[in-house]
Design a binder for this molecule. Sequence first.
Ligand SMILES: O=C(O)C1=C[C@@H](OP(=O)(O)O)[C@@H](O)[C@H](O)C1
Ligand SMILES: C=C(OP(=O)(O)O)C(=O)O
Length: 438
Amino acid sequence: MAPNNAHTALWPAPHASGAVDATVHVPGSKSVTNRALVLAALASEPGWLRRPLRSRDTLLMAAALRAMGVEIEEGMGPEGTGEAWRVLPTGLRGPATVDVGNAGTVMRFLPPVAALADGPIRFDGDPRSYERPLNGVIDALRALGARIDDDGRGALPLTVHGGGALDGGPVEIDASSSSQFVSALLLSGPRFNQGVEVRHTGSTLPSLPHIRMTVDMLRAVGAQVDTPESGGEPNVWRVTPGALLGRDLTIEPDLSNAQPFLAAALVTGGKVLIPDWPARTTQPGDHLREIFTEMGGSCELTEYGLEFTGSGAVHGIDVDLGEVGELTPGIAAVAALADSPSTLRGVSHLRLHETDRLAALTKEINELGGDVTETADGLHIRPRPLHGGVFHTYDDHRMATAGAIIGLAVKDVQIENVATTAKTLPDFPDLWTGMLGK
Ligand SMILES: O=C(O)C1=C[C@@H](OP(=O)(O)O)[C@@H](O)[C@H](O)C1
Ligand SMILES: C=C(OP(=O)(O)O)C(=O)O
């Protein structure tokens, strides 16, 4: 009998019979939730996270902090307005074991926190987590005074032997493979004895909006941060040592997870409203307003949220996605359905994401009849009439949502392991069918 567990199960991607017209409430941001958890755990007083994302990546972050002694309670928020987590920071301690799953934020943001704990903290995760780069964090922490045992590959698994405090100070790293190296050091920086000065030495630095998100959230809890954008040296970020405040923070919807729903409006010539789209945000998903407009839609940001409307036409695009790499799979899916070719550039680091996203997108779109080629730093996509088939996801949530976008326009697409969307959006299948009124 054929196995039918979540991994091998095939989900028939719904085909859109007409233009979508829906309001979709998108759950909280993964990147904001996991930063907020770390900052609340490092604070000197309790804090609240309202409307946190509850997904595999954020539940792993919460579990890891709890394992190090932090209390995270379920609550209703200070005014009883909606569900919340109350975070009670305590002295961080080991021994503890952290399962990072395949969460970049957990595997990169927590080793610096562990260096501040008292006792050994062991880090392990999914097989893919062993292949994702961590050398920037490991080497920097050692240079700043931490003791770490690893197998010498600059990757997981490893043990951080927390000494209860860390000297900190200046450090050089090459963060060209992941902006999360910089964010990781900055987030814990206020708790290092001398703070931290991070100097990026590589030739490129991806995902700058995510570094801005780190800086903004640090400042919001009282940290002093100097950045290249605030008049400092290029590629240098400096965090002054000091106590962090416990805050009451409402988590914004995840705008990168809004992407497939906006794409649905674009490819069906329909209309989607995403309530609570923030007027100002550091989330990279906010760039979809320009990118999907260039690809044929239009949008309006009102007091109700973002209303995105497709025109019925979908155009190709030539775009550098280096700042917003996590949007690439969804843009590639739309580009495969466009009326002209696309070139997506600046994203070679995607080869080290949840899977090699450039190879996976090329293979899966081409297996449906597409014409995609990999370049040194991205993809060329020449739209072709596509046909049904199995779209493999390689344990990558954004491959699953990319396949679902294609399925709207192409009959009989089956997504293998749609359950992998639980990494950041466990409700995806229900939200998707709800959007389509199925
Ligand atoms: O800091 C963050 O929350 C993230 C930073 C980016 O990582 P990379 O710079 O490794 O691409 C992004 O792709 C990831 O989804 C989330
Ligand atoms: C790259 C991503 O995740 P991670 O936080 O695991 O790096 C992503 O969500 O697209």
